[in-house]
Design a binder for this molecule. Structure first.
Ligand SMILES: C[S@@+](CC[C@H](N)C(=O)[O-])C[C@H]1O[C@@H](n2cnc3c(N)ncnc32)[C@H](O)[C@@H]1O
Length: 208
């Protein structure tokens, strides 16, 4: 496993939502990217390493009858009290299901859109990155879209105290090119709650 569950449970239990470095004021960047890659909206969508929050990406774009999926290695991140790992849990009246699990091993649904902001960059081992890409390719329908963003080559070397693998937009494009056609790849700044600037690379692709 590339990152430890214990690390993330501790982070979510000990730091208020608004103080985490990846916290953002709104979901605009992700929702704009989803508009560009989704074959249709509403759609079946997974948010990988989706974390917690009152406002989830899936609640904006998933079907009402529940085709939104949030996967996270931490139960605290998802705001659920579950020791169950690798099981998708539906909550009545919510259009999203939740699963506590590792993106490299958890059961995954078939989706039209895969969204990952700041999770793949923790996969510093090339074999894990390869597995991640193959799993994404296996679970996105042909014509479906993928969005992956993480620290760019000018971004920080660590996130939440863990080492990350920084990638430029063109490096991400090359990594995904076997299974995905690039729609766009670009850099954008994220301003942390303490005012630090973090350079992100965004990759938007279409499953071949
Ligand atoms: C930096 S946070 C980003 C959270 C959210 N995507 C966002 O942009 O606000 C990284 C998230 O990925 C989760 N995570 C880390 N490694 C993971 C893995 N191998 N599988 C699934 N989730 C993971 C963490 O628990 C955390 O919620």
């Amino acid at each position: 496993m590339a990152t430890s569950k214990e690390h993330w449970e501790h982070v979510y239990e000990s730091t208020p939502d608004a103080e985490r470095s990846w916290a953002r004021k709104d979901l605009k960047d992700s929702l704009n990217a989803i508009d560009r890659v989704a074959p249709r909206i509403p759609c079946a969508i997974i948010d990988v390493g989706g974390g917690v929050g009152d406002d989830s990406i899936t609640s904006h774009v998933a079907f009402d009858d529940g085709a939104g999926y949030i996967l996270d290695i931490s139960a605290a991140a998802l705001g659920i009290n579950s020791e169950e790992r690798n099981q998708w849990i539906s909550i009545m009246g919510v259009n999203t299901s939740f699963c506590v699990g590792d993106v490299l091993t958890a059961p995954l649904p078939q989706v039209e859109v895969w969204h990952d902001r700041a999770t793949m960059h923790f996969l510093t081992d090339i074999k894990d990155r390869r597995r991640y890409i193959e799993r994404a390719a296996d679970h996105i329908v042909p014509g479906g879209g993928i969005i992956v963003s993480g620290f760019s080559t000018e971004g920080p070397t660590h996130c939440s105290g863990l080492e990350v693998l920084r990638r430029s937009p063109s490096e991400l494009t090359a990594e995904f090119s076997e299974y995905f056609d690039v729609i766009d790849a670009y850099e954008a700044d994220h301003i942390t709650p303490t005012g630090a600037v973090q350079r992100f690379a965004w990759y938007l692709g279409r499953r071949k």
